[in-house]
Structure formats: C-alpha cells, structure tokens
Design a protein around this ligand. Structure first.
Ligand SMILES: [Fe+2]
Length: 245
C-alpha cells in the first residue's frame, strides 16, 4: 500500500466568520496535497470545505488540465454561508463537481441540508453518486460504500444513534471494501496522535480489512497512516490530488 506525497501548499480562502457573522481573527487555509497512490485512476479526495467549496472547485477547474479524467470523492460538509457551524445545501456544488469530473462519490456531513436531488444523482456509468448505505462496485475502484452524518442521539440532521451506525457499518464492511467514506471520525491515536473519534468504528474498519477509510468532520494535523491492512485518510479541510503510481 503506497502513498507518496509530492507537493503541499495552501490556497487563499474566505476569512471565516463567527456565529454572529464577524470575521474570526485567524486566516484559515485549505491545503492542496499532490501525490501518488496505488489506484487505477486519478482521484480528488476532500471533505469539510464548507463555504469554500466553490472556490476550490473553481481552482480545480483551472488547475487540472483534463478534469474529466478525475474521480472525485467527498466525505461531506460541502456548503455553508461562511459562518462557523452554518448548515447549507451542497446540491449546486455537487452538481458542479458532477459536471467537471469523470465520476463523483460522496456522503453528507452534519451541516449538509437534506436534498432529494443529491440522493438520486448518477454517474455516466449508472452508479449512484450518493453512496450512503449503498455498496457499489466501480470498475477502477472496486467496492465503495459510505454513510452520512455522525453518531449522536440528538434529534438533529444527519445524526444516527451509535447502535444503528455500527449495525450499518458492519453490514457495509462485510463486502470486502476498497473504499469506505464516512463523515464520522475513527479513533486512531497511532496515526493522529490524539484520542478524538470512535474506537469501535476504527476496530470494525481494521477487522474487516477495509483498504481505505476516508473521513472528515475533525481536523487532524497527522492525517494519514496505515493500521494492519487499512489506510486511513483524514481529509477535513484538505484536497488530495492523487495520481496512480
Ligand atoms: Fe462535520
């Protein structure tokens, strides 16, 4: 399992606002990370771009010579109005990505408003773009599946009880997955050097030999690594541009 990082840089984005709409006193950044990975197609993997999604898509449209060669994967929270914690409808951004790239696959985050349009979006090969609770076999990627939202017993958007969440993750990972996409965070202290996230989620991923687990929702400075046969990629606020080795 190989992942080689070749280039890393920040792009300018909107200054984040607090919940009242006043600019926060730090300059947030989005990291673009270019590299190579052992896959069969070039891949963009990202999450939690919130109100900067349009800026990033515009950047990618200009930067990438042949956008139609790229497969785009998002782990959610791809809209917002710039205020910290704002919810948004990611549909226009996801439709833009669908028009730009070869195929797109996504789950929704806790800030993405429910949309019947995104649920039925399909790629040109007939696969669903929205992969929550769906296992699909993709020619160049193998089996891919995901789940929207985060674990919580609160009666709010994209919150799922831990019991239901784990039941569903176990069902999805029974098929030997190449790619699992979640907004929720696994606890992987040997990689992230911190204790955030769910240990049970990490355990299920590792035990079922999921090859890649892409997740968002929390920013991890230490963002990638491998445990046994599973590679974890924490992509909150990052845009990975990975070409095949
Ligand atoms: Fe989130």
């Amino acid at each position: 399992m190989d992942l080689h990082i070749e280039n890393m840089y920040d792009i300018d984005i909107q200054t984040p606002l607090d919940r009242q709409g006043k600019p926060l006193d730090y300059q947030a950044t989005i990291k673009i990370i270019e590299g190579k990975i052992d896959t069969q197609c070039p891949m963009i993997i990202t999450s939690d771009l919130h109100s900067n999604t349009k800026l990033v898509l515009d950047y990618l449209e200009k930067k990438l010579e042949k956008t139609k060669e790229w497969t785009f994967i998002s782990a959610g929270d791809m809209a917002g109005n710039g205020k910290k914690g704002s919810n948004g409808d990611a549909t226009p951004n996801l439709q833009w990505a669908q028009g730009l790239f070869r195929r797109i696959y996504f789950v929704q985050g806790n800030h993405d408003l429910e949309s019947s349009i995104t649920k039925s979006m399909k790629n040109s090969d007939g696969t669903y773009c929205h992969i929550s609770r769906r296992i699909q076999e993709i020619e160049e990627l193998g089996y891919i599946a995901g789940i929207d939202g985060i674990m919580s017993t609160k009666k709010k958007l994209h919150r799922i009880s831990p019991k239901e969440y784990f039941r569903e993750i176990k069902r999805l990972t029974k098929e030997k997955l190449e790619w699992l996409i979640t907004h929720e965070v696994p606890c992987i202290p040997s990689i992230s050097k911190q204790k955030k996230g769910s240990s049970e989620l990490a355990k299920i991923v590792i035990e079922n030999n999921v090859k890649h687990h892409v997740f968002g929702h929390c920013y991890f400075p230490h963002w990638h690594g491998t445990i046994k046969n599973s590679r974890f990629l924490a992509v909150d606020g990052r845009v990975l541009l990975l070409r095949p080795i």
